[in-house]
Design a protein around this ligand. Structure first.
Ligand SMILES: Cc1ncc(COP(=O)(O)O)c(C=O)c1O
Length: 383
């Protein structure tokens, strides 16, 4: 039997409807979308259909979507693109202290190019205070980039309020929505963002595809140089197969989000209730309510997260800490949230998805509870 998959924030399987939509573009329609003949027209139309499926899901216009190779490229393009195009205006970037490396590493890279970055703190729930963002603004600030929802703890950020502040100061606002799209409603006008990143493999499309929303009128310095693909915004022949897949995955989300969300929330809540109601000493990380419906970051006292995952081979999930012989490496997110060390060291991230069943939850609860109870009872006995 395969391990129970509780790592949907790491990646998702491909939805069968998505595979079905891709198939004709693997087996039949191979034309270059830039070709003027019938073969090219077929794939060009498919790419444009996907673009309109994505734009419809997030409430923007089709030309505002640029296809990328994933969330990482979308984030790189947003940050490097704004910094390059608006360098005369300023070179200061504001971000949060709990971003994914696909943001923080780009900021660090931009620092080598003369930019400066302010990392605003988060509270114990992993939430950014919009007042802190406003306080960080200087005359030199050109971009605020804050993730919509955190990949480790699931906390949802007040993007709308931050966007309002950004625009009051004529600053661009980008949000990494890799984790939120497909789990909660994401609409560019509700959020008020100028740029927004999407990652295909977090929403039941394949790996290696994503999209960047760029509000009409916002300029970006090119990241990829070459021919005039994607309206001159991203050179390189479009990956038709993956783009069609991303479009279909977004169509499914637009049509079924409430039911997907309900299933995830039911399974996550079941997992959370069952793991926290017994005798186990645990702590749930992340905001109690402003949290993704599928994410449970939970820390167990007297447990080492990587040891737990190594032993529970019938469950696939991720650790929030890695213990080495002489030190414990806590994830930067838990550190920024100041999660007490005894819980941070034993934190695992369990993330459910569209296909998670009650049986899978029961199995996971039984396995985790048995191991944790054993470890905690040994500690009480002073073993
Ligand atoms: C919040 C966040 N941003 C960006 C990414 C990177 O996306 P991709 O793997 O498509 O490059 C991830 C994936 O782990 C993520 O969780």
């Amino acid at each position: 039997m395969d391990p129970v998959y509780l790592d949907y924030n790491a990646t998702t399987p491909i939805d069968p409807m998505v595979s079905e939509a891709m198939l004709p573009f693997i087996t039949q329609h191979f034309g270059n979308p830039s070709s003027g003949h019938a073969y090219g027209v077929k794939t060009h139309l498919a790419v444009e259909n996907a673009r309109s499926q994505i734009s419809s899901m997030i409430g923007c216009n089709s030309p505002e979507i640029v296809f990328t190779s994933g969330g990482t490229e979308a984030n790189n393009y947003a940050i490097q693109g704004i910094a390059g195009a608006y360098k005369k205006k300023g070179s200061h970037i504001i971000t949060s202290s709990i971003e994914h490396p696909a943001i923080t590493e780009v900021c660090k890279y931009m620092e080598t190019k003369g930019c400066t970055t302010t990392y605003v703190p988060v509270d114990q729930y992993g939430r950014v205070d919009p007042n802190d963002v406003e306080k960080a603004i200087t005359d030199d600030t050109i971009l605020i980039t804050i993730m919509h929802a955190n990949n480790e703890v699931g906390t949802i950020q007040p993007i709308q309020e931050i966007a309002h502040i950004a625009h009051k100061h004529s600053i661009f606002i980008h949000s990494d929505c890799a984790q939120s799209v497909g789990k909660i409603p994401v609409d560019v006008n509700d959020l008020g963002v100028d740029l927004l990143s999407i990652a295909g493999h977090k929403l039941y499309a394949p790996k290696g595809v994503g999209a960047l929303y760029v509000r009409n009128g916002v300029k970006l310095e090119k990241l990829m140089h070459g021919a005039n693909h994607e309206n001159g915004l991203r050179a390189g022949t479009e990956n038709v197969i993956l783009i069609v897949a991303l479009g279909e995955a977004c169509r499914l989300i637009e049509n079924h989000l409430p039911e997907y969300r309900k299933t995830m929330q039911r399974m996550r809540n079941l997992l959370e209730t069952e793991l926290t109601q017994g005798n186990i000493d645990s702590r749930v990380n992340g905001h109690p309510t402003l949290r993704l419906p599928n994410t449970l970051s939970i820390g167990f006292n007297d447990v080492q997260a990587d040891e737990l995952l190594l032993n529970l081979t019938s469950i696939a999930s991720s650790a929030g800490a890695a213990c080495h012989t002489d030190n414990i490496e806590i994830s930067s997110v838990l550190e920024a949230m100041q999660v007490p060390l005894e819980y941070a060291a034993g934190t695992i991230r369990l993330s459910v998805g569209r296909y998670t069943t009650k049986q899978e939850i029961s199995h996971a609860v039984k396995e985790i509870t048995t191991w944790v109870e054993h470890k905690q009872s040994m500690q009480i006995k002073g073993a």
